[in-house]
Ligand binder design. Structure first.
Ligand code: ADP
Length: 446
């Protein structure tokens, strides 16, 4: 063709290889291993358009140099396009994969699949009565099998094998028959189908794997959150006895300095009671965590509540809240973990006292027990404070909801957990007279 023509046509061919690479590298999340349908679409469209342009450019150069006969422009550029396009879309992905081959254990299935591809090729080229094109569709079967079992990388290699088989088969069967282009067009359809199906399969596998990973990190996050919740719970429960111990210790110190040993001894006894309470709280939380269960014993609710009132009434009174207890007679026996229930009540009564204190007025907290129906007993803690704040959800209570500067938002959650572990539940309500929280417990079976 002469040197200038050789150089210009080679430049066009070279550009048709380099340009798609340059464009694809600019697409931000394009993955050259073609693991997703969008990668395949971008790859095929860009390579297709550039090779089409290059084929036209090449043919223009040929005709400008007078190397083309009349009416040859169309067929020549078409053949160039088909040849280059199929070459690139079959070979380039395989080269990209070979740069860092996937590390997969050998499978006998691959051998069988290779045999299936060879069998299809043999039928296509060995069946003398039909033209090769008539039986070409047979190749779709093994290709789809590979794509649906090994994803995009499998499909890419199967396509290389098929392409080699087609070249060898066509050479034997047709020699240098120009009708080969028709076979190549079929091969383009086969290649695009294989790449798309393989990518769709890989995409599905990747999504499944990502879901599994997310599940694992989610459950880790939930565990961490549970741990955080428990830590906050312990801090919440132990804070009160600790504060009391600190206060008693300083009072006792003052009394000892004044030489009043008798009074100091009384205070120290109270201090020791509070430290026992803290220890008991920690022990019961530990048991709750260890067994995820409670340790119920038959209990007399009336006695339990009276003891509880004696414990907390003085503290409440000093905060401007008066505690009263109203027990309905003839309650059925119940079986409870005493420490847990007292803890739950403590949280509720404290909340009431704090709600009352926030109004700056004196108020009242009432604990009422009642039979709800034949099977359940309720312990109601009601106050005449401002009621639950706006934003508090009675239907879907959330742990950590707090309106207090130093609140943890965990007190109600703990009370609810305690009620639920007893097979009961916790209801919250606000009305004009204030807030009320009801612990509903199942009566013990006779
Ligand atoms: P905390 O007391 O640490 O805030 P809780 O879970 O015990 O955590 O309470 C969550 C929130 O519910 C409180 O911050 C408060 O806004 C509201 N609340 C609880 N009990 C009452 C009550 N008796 N009256 C009004 N609001 C209450």
């Amino acid at each position: 063709m002469g040197l200038p023509l050789e150089i210009s046509t080679s430049a066009v061919t070279g550009a048709s290889m380099i340009l798609p690479a340059v464009i694809l590298r600019r697409i931000e999340d394009f993955n050259r291993r073609l693991p997703s349908v969008s990668d395949v679409v971008a790859f095929v469209l860009i390579v297709g358009s550039v090779t089409a342009l290059a084929a036209v450019g090449y043919t223009l150069a040929l005709s400008a140099a007078g190397a083309l006969g009349r009416g040859e422009f169309g067929p020549v550029s078409w053949r160039l396009f088909v040849g280059n396009f199929i070459g690139i879309i079959v070979i380039a992905p395989a080269v990209f994969i070979l740069q860092s081959p996937p590390n997969r254990p050998f499978r006998w299935r691959w051998v069988v699949q290779l045999l299936a591809i060879s069998a299809a090729l043999m039928i296509i080229f060995g069946y003398r009565e039909a033209t090769a094109f008539q039986l070409f569709y047979l190749l779709f079967l093994p290709l789809l099998w590979v794509a649906l079992t090994s994803g995009s990388s499998g499909a890419i290699f199967a396509l290389v094998v098929i392409q080699c088989g087609l070249v060898i088969g066509a050479e034997f069967r047709f020699g240098a028959d120009p009708g080969l282009t028709a076979l190549q067009v079929l091969m383009i359809a086969l290649t695009i189908t294989g790449l798309l199906v393989g990518a769709a399969f890989t995409e599905r596998e990747t999504t499944a794997a990502r879901m599994r990973d997310q599940q694992i990190s989610l459950s880790r996050a939930l565990r961490l959150r549970a741990a955080g919740e428990i830590a906050a719970g312990i801090a919440h429960e132990v804070n009160q006895p600790l504060a009391a111990i600190r206060a008693y210790a300083s009072v006792a110190e003052g009394q000892l300095q004044m030489g009043d040993t008798e009074a100091a001894l009384g205070i120290l006894r109270k201090l020791s009671l509070q430290s026992a309470r803290a220890a008991e709280v920690i022990k019961s939380i530990r048991e709750l965590l260890h067994q995820g269960a409670i340790n119920p014993h038959p209990a007399d609710l009336t006695v339990m509540l009276q003891e509880f009132a004696e414990l907390v009434a003085p503290e409440l009174a000093s905060n401007g809240a008066q505690l009263t207890i109203e027990v309905s007679p003839g309650l059925p026996p119940i079986s409870v973990d005493r420490v847990q229930i007292i803890q739950a009540l403590h949280n509720l009564v404290n909340n009431s006292a704090e709600a009352i204190a926030s109004t700056g007025r004196r108020g009242a907290v009432q604990i009422r027990t009642a039979m709800r129906d034949n099977k359940t007993v309720s312990i109601l803690v009601a106050d005449n404070g401002p009621g639950f704040p706006v934003g508090f959800s009675h239907k879907h209570p959330t742990p950590f909801f707090t309106t207090k500067d130093e609140g943890t938002g965990i007190g109600l959650s703990i009370a609810r957990t305690v009620a639920e572990m007893h097979g009961g539940r916790l209801l919250t309500k606000s009305d004009l007279s204030g807030a009320s929280v009801e612990i509903i417990l199942p009566a013990a079976e006779s």
